[in-house]
Design a protein around this ligand. Sequence first.
Ligand code: TUI
Length: 308
Amino acid sequence: MKTRVTELLGTEVPIIQGGMAWVAEYHLAAAVANAGGLGLIGAASAPPEIVREQIREAKKLTDKPFGVNIMLMNPNSEEVAKIVIEEGIKVVTTGAGNPGKFIDAWKNAGVKVIPVVASVAMAKMMERAGADAVVAEGTEAGGHIGDITTMALVPQVVDAVSIPVIAAGGIADGRGFAAAMMLGAEGVQIGTRFVVAKESIVHESYKERLIKSKDIDSAVTGRKNGHPVRQIRNQLTREYLKLEEEGASLEEMEKLTLGSLRRAVIDGDIKTGTVMAGQIAGMIKQQNTCKEIIDDIMSGAEKLLGNR
Ligand code: TUI
């Protein structure tokens, strides 16, 4: 399937992988790239030199295009922004903030820039700043989220900008892909289903928790402090939400979340760790390879949409 997104990215299919903190490391990014999508290394809060290493390792595993996701709340994001240029990365996606101050430097270096946005206003601002496409991410997504659902956000962003729109949040199969296309998107970003990919280095306990999860199993922490994060409900979210309710200080809440994503993803502590996942986790029933995931999404979508 060819769209402006496959043209922009040089991929076989218009599917990009979410730039998930701790999860989106080079094995996953290379596996998605080799399967025909856009793999991404999630820089998250990693030290800049680790990001450079990750990029170099991914290059050893694939000759297909892959990108880097820059999490803008990371105080090191300026250094990471330079590293992607030095390493010849062709595509950058950004999350959790406004990448405006980096866009000119990336464009001058020939890097395609795809900010993740959660509102029409942000999408328009990014188009004006020179973005090549936007990911419109609905509140169904895992991790740090906005307020608007994918169903309401995507068509409003499509109407507001001329650059291609990639839909994200709540998409994990061919039906979701086809629905996104019907809303005017020209590609999708998939996170949660790739967490459970066979090539994903995520701890088995985390993957099994997602496979076991139901539609209503996620909770959103941090609504009060302005950093809402969707994750699977567990001991951590119950304690965190109780503190939030009681009006506890940020420091108290940070004690719970310090290192909590690593604890879940690497150590498999799904009780006191942060088990980020989207609302679509309830639909994921098994581990598959990235190639099986992408082929399943595309064949399901093509049955619904016809060959394009
Ligand atoms: O960024 C994400 N998802 C993430 S980042 C992340 S790391 C993290 N860990 C713990 C606490 C908080 C973050 C985990 N998941 N998705 C893309 C996304 N971006 N969703 C929403 C936004 C967003 C929000 C505000 C984009 C722009 C924005 O603009 C605010 C501004 O600066 O104007």
